[in-house]
Design a protein. Structure first.
Length: 169
């Protein structure tokens, strides 16, 4: 299904169904990319390591507008819908996908960062409405919120987000 007329699009999955959606879309012959990361969590007093979606509830799918059948995507188990803006499927820049793939370690995992973020640092939004957007960290706003500059429709716009929705680039 890959060709010069193919583009990457954004798929919104059902809650905690990224891996299920990926598997079912691949089974139907689609080219799918799901960036993953390793998370350390404390559950029931024990530290556990899990592999989770880098962008919770999102995955990328490569489609050709003219030749691929888009209809089965939204009815695929694990998929909620294709992300659309103004009724048009959201095209993801090819360089974003390439950058994510280049950023992976030998295990195919996106790196996790525990570094302190400073004003002017480049970030990527990993969760929420602006997931996948790159921006610049501005300042802390309270104990859990941060101000970042995002390029929205060609204009730098200051947005306040949860600090847990960001990752340093």
């Amino acid at each position: 299904m890959s060709s010069k007329k193919s583009f990457w699009y954004l798929v919104f999955t059902k809650v905690r169904s990224e891996f299920k959606a990926q598997e079912n879309l691949k089974r139907q012959g689609y080219i799918v990319y799901l960036p993953v990361t390793q998370k350390n969590r404390r559950r029931n007093g024990k530290n556990t390591t899990t592999i989770e979606a880098f962008f919770p509830r999102y995955l990328f799918i490569q489609l050709n507008k003219e030749t691929d059948n888009w209809r089965p995507i939204s009815s695929t188990v694990g998929v909620s819908h294709m992300v659309r803006f103004g009724g048009i499927p959201a095209v993801v820049p090819k360089n974003l996908i390439e950058s994510l793939k280049l950023n992976e370690d030998q295990s195919g995992l996106q790196p996790t960062s525990s570094k302190k973020i400073n004003p002017g640092d480049k970030i990527v939004v990993i969760d929420g409405l602006f997931a996948g957007q790159y921006g610049i960290y501005q300042q802390l706003k309270g104990s859990e919120r941060v101000a970042v500059l995002l390029d929205i429709v060609g204009k730098n716009t200051q947005v306040t987000l949860s600090m847990h929705d960001l990752q340093m680039v």
